[in-house]
Design a protein around this ligand. Sequence first.
Ligand code: NAI
Ligand code: MG
Length: 534
Amino acid sequence: MASRKISSLLSRSLSSYLCSSAGRSSSVRRGLKRFSTAAAIDEPITPSVEVNYTKLLINGQFVDAASGKTFHTVDPRTGNVIADVAEGDFEDVNRAVSAARKAFDEGPWPKMTAYERSRVLLRSADLIDKHNDTIAALETWDNGKPYEQSAKIEVPMLARLMRYYAGWADKIHGLTVPADGPYHVQTLHEPIGVAGQIIPWNFPLLMFAWKVGPALACGNTVVIKTAEQTPLSALYVANLFHEAGLPPGVLNVISGFGPTAGAALCSHMDVDKLAFTGSTSTGKLVLELAAKSNLKPVTLELGGKSPFIICEDADVDHAVETAHFALFFNQGQCCCAGSRTYVHEQIYDEFVAKAKARAEKRTVGDPFKQGIEQGPQIDPEQFNKILSYIKSGVESGATLETGGDKLGSKGYYVKPTVFSNVKDDMLIAQDEIFGPVQTILKYKTIHEVIHRANASSYGLAAGVFTQNLDTANTLSRALRAGTIWINCYDVFDAAIPFGGYKMSGIGREKGIYSLKNYLQVKAVVTALKNPAWL
Ligand code: NAI
Ligand code: MG
């Protein structure tokens, strides 16, 4: 159980946290003390939470991997092992898929009333609330994100998403169709079957919720493979679903690696649908494996290099704070990070100076400490990748305004880094860095910036700061991206669809749009014997 030490971190109210997180400077944020010193990082707080669930969850039971193998899950603050976790592979995926198949084909899940399914999801949400601090502590320990973010935003959002999908469960129905001829025509909206889901490490709980929520609400059964970096929180939460009355086999959780467990799920002939979030290159592999096996439909939520356009009429202070949040939130490890900040030439110098000052104020340190905005990156691979992009930025001639290096002697901390004078053809302006590195570019005209913003193979999100309604409307239509945030950024809600244009993905998650990923439409055509009576 989480200790009082962790509970005491919950002293700030959610609303003030959300307010500051939404990009407005608040008295709370101004009052923060900086922790970006090596000492604060090198003496990590020991989280008072026990890791109780490390096995695979198959058919409602925690079981060892068939091979008996385990792998380390690691604390990104130190590189130390948190726990050894069962390593799922081909054989375990087979076991999980057959449990999910049986739970789908024989019931009870798809055969229960929609209202009963909704009640299970609602009870799960209540249990998530009850275990908020423990789940948050596991998430922060495994991932490195600030505990306050886990406890006040992400775990509450997980519960919120479950309630949202619980609300849909008994509102899913087909249509009657006015066809030509003497026929009564209706559509039935049926669950697809066994959903295979693969999630990344940057938002382990929220990615779990975005995938499991609609799948279960629509009456499917699930085998979900978590990211090898962050297996712990999903196991804990899935256990709560069972405590809430979820029948065995409906939700199976496999910890393990991509090329083994992940690929086995993608290729499985008994998986009826795949949903994946992660890198564009792995997304292509997932699609290929699905095509080569049973042509299962695939939804993909992939990378991005999202433009954030600050017009000359923007409120500069608000824009600086929001652009900072858009990039640095979650250690910069967001698929939709505002990672190309385009600033109008008239306000460019002022913006760069303020963005630099804001990055230098960012509180970096042990994510279990109160008031910390930025913890460590997830693992050595990401850490080294980010440092090499920083090097490439310097070598290609961008101006390093601040940061540019690692922080502390342990773990994977990176200093908040800002580059100005960035050109579109530099690697740092083209590739997804997935770290705390802001790149600021200059533009002259709206026409020009539309063209430059769209000149990317990605199209996940875009931000616009302007006080001119016409500019806002024109840009939101012209930008080729799945989400456009005007005078805000990273506003997520269970009801707002999310997904990408171009190589940022296929399909939409969340909201009403997510349901169609998990439903088959069956047309039922009945000949009328006596049409003349109508
Ligand atoms: P990844 O795409 O390789 O991993 C994401 C998930 O896919 C994990 O669960 C992994 O085990 C699984 N996976 C990996 N290879 C697979 C395969 N052959 N078959 C089936 N599943 C497989 O991403 P990774 O390596 O963790 O990060 C690399 C880069 O991807 C990051 O630097 C970042 O740019 C991007 N990324 C984007 C995310 C997003 O939210 N769109 C999330 C995580 C990473
Ligand atoms: Mg880990």
